[in-house]
Design a protein around this ligand. Structure first.
Ligand SMILES: [Zn+2]
Length: 261
């Protein structure tokens, strides 16, 4: 079975940690990988304000896109305005999209897309902050001309409500293969935190291990066939249930260890 390896960088915005992003760019260039950059177009999330706004940000992104890096719209402000809405995949968590009505979601996506376009960035890809999207998000994406939602836990990309879901199963860098499509999901702005400093090393090992088998998201979609929607939705549900059981068991184990310790 041919396997695909990809890299997605989240929370890319003018106030991100540029020192850490520089390490990400160098690593991608060393291994000739063209990652997907999830760009927050109008960031208002204080967690993503790591430094002064970089005036060269948009120019840099345009250069990277011209080199073949993919750009995705990653929310609008990255600020959550819904608590525990019903979502399609990720369970009940805070959300910028899921739980809001169509007009609100449509407007956020439209405004975000306009900001990217005003800086010469084109995209047909989207993924929501905190993985929280619902059926209305998919409609609002389609109506704004988006083709792909880079999220979900299927084994193959599949079409749902006229939007193609490209699976992104891992929460971070996969330690082992988790299917045909293996995406390392990375947050470079967090690499400066003591608790996350090993994340860069995990990505570096992932790059070294799979260096001959990386593709960009655009290349993936040009070379892979879509899965059957009904089957993929079943696979996705089973995967999410399995993962939730694993996480619950791990939490119990850690709690027990904590009590003993
Ligand atoms: Zn994010």
């Amino acid at each position: 079975m041919k396997k695909y390896y990809l890299v997605r960088f989240d929370d890319i915005c003018p106030t991100m940690d540029f020192e850490q992003f520089g390490r990400a760019v160098s690593l991608m260039e060393k291994y000739n990988i063209k990652p997907l950059l999830g760009v927050i177009p109008n960031n208002k999330d204080t967690d993503q304000m790591k430094c002064e706004e970089n005036p060269l940000f948009w120019e840099l992104l345009k250069e990277l896109q011209d080199k073949g890096w993919d750009i995705a719209l990653h929310g609008y402000t990255h600020v959550y305005d819904q608590e525990e809405p019903k979502t399609l995949i990720s369970g009940k968590k805070h959300s910028e999209f899921a739980g809001n009505n169509y007009d609100d979601q449509y407007t956020k996506i439209k405004k975000g897309k306009e900001i990217l376009e005003s800086h010469g960035l084109r995209t047909t890809m989207f993924f929501a902050p905190a993985h929280t999207y619902d059926a209305i998000t998919l409609d609002a994406l389609h109506d704004n001309g988006f083709l792909y939602n880079v999220d979900g836990c299927s084994s193959l990309p599949y079409k749902e409500q006229n939007v193609i879901a490209i699976p992104c199963r891992a929460f971070g860098v996969p330690k082992y293969d988790i299917g045909k499509i293996n995406v390392a999901v990375c947050h470079p702005s967090e690499w400066g935190l003591a608790s996350k400093e090993r994340d860069y090393d995990s990505l570096k090992m992932f790059c070294e291990k799979h260096k001959d088998n990386f593709v960009s998201f655009s290349e993936l979609m040009a070379s892979i066939s879509l899965g059957n929607s009904k089957i993929q939705k079943c696979i996705e549900k089973i995967y999410v249930i399995g993962r939730n059981i694993y996480i619950a068991a791990r939490n119990v184990r850690n709690k027990v260890r904590g009590n003993i310790g």
